[in-house]
Design a protein around this ligand. Structure first.
Ligand code: NAG
Length: 184
């Protein structure tokens, strides 16, 4: 219990935000490549020639595989962002799978310019976020299988396990730089 309160207090100290908005991309897609040979656009990463784009650039297999939660925080994030799916580049959206051991914790983190929606697939989760200054209100909810929850952009989410059962959720978030979104 003590550590839960400590986390909440830390959150209050860290919640402060800046407002901005981002333009939409000018092209349909920009499949990221590391090697600028055959590239046409530059937008954070080099883009593959759209004529050379193929289905596998937009494809990822393995999100059905549970992450290994045998670690200090008792959770594992399996990302599906531009690192795993090059075709996500510039599209501003990504997905993660998070597996939780009993009492597992997803370390407190910020969402720069990202709104997130989460779905609990298995188990239950205690989730919450702190609203921005000056109110800094803590909004929390206990979620069960099939429940969804939204973490508005700029908030400070705190998804932690609530009951002594394991859990699994999928989070989808919209933000301009999907490769930064390792923690949904
Ligand atoms: C999970 O991680 C732990 C600690 O690193 C390791 O000992 C264990 O073999 C891993 N389990 C699986 C199924 O990979």
């Amino acid at each position: 219990m003590g550590s839960k309160y400590l986390v909440a207090l830390t959150l209050f100290a860290l919640a402060s935000f800046v407002l901005a908005s981002d333009p939409s991309p000018l092209q349909d897609f920009c499949v990221a490549i590391d090697e600028p040979k055959d590239a046409v656009f530059v937008n954070g990463k080099f883009c593959k020639d759209p004529m050379l784009a193929k289905a596998d650039d937009f494809f990822l297999r393995g999100l059905n595989v549970p992450g290994n939660t045998s670690n200090q925080v008792g959770s594992m994030v399996t990302p599906a962002n531009v690192v795993q799916i090059p075709g996500l580049n510039t599209l501003g959206i990504s997905l993660v799978r998070i597996d939780y051991a009993p009492y597992g914790l997803n370390a407190p983190h910020t969402h720069p310019r990202a709104t997130e929606i989460l779905q609990v697939v298995k188990g239950s989760l205690y989730v919450g976020f702190v609203t921005s200054n000056p109110e800094n209100r803590l909004i929390t909810k206990v979620l069960y299988e099939g429940d969804g929850f939204v973490f508005p952009g700029w908030s400070y989410p705190l998804p932690i396990q609530y009951r002594e059962i394991s859990g699994c959720c999928f989070c989808c978030s919209k933000q301009p730089e999907p490769w930064f979104d390792y923690y949904c």
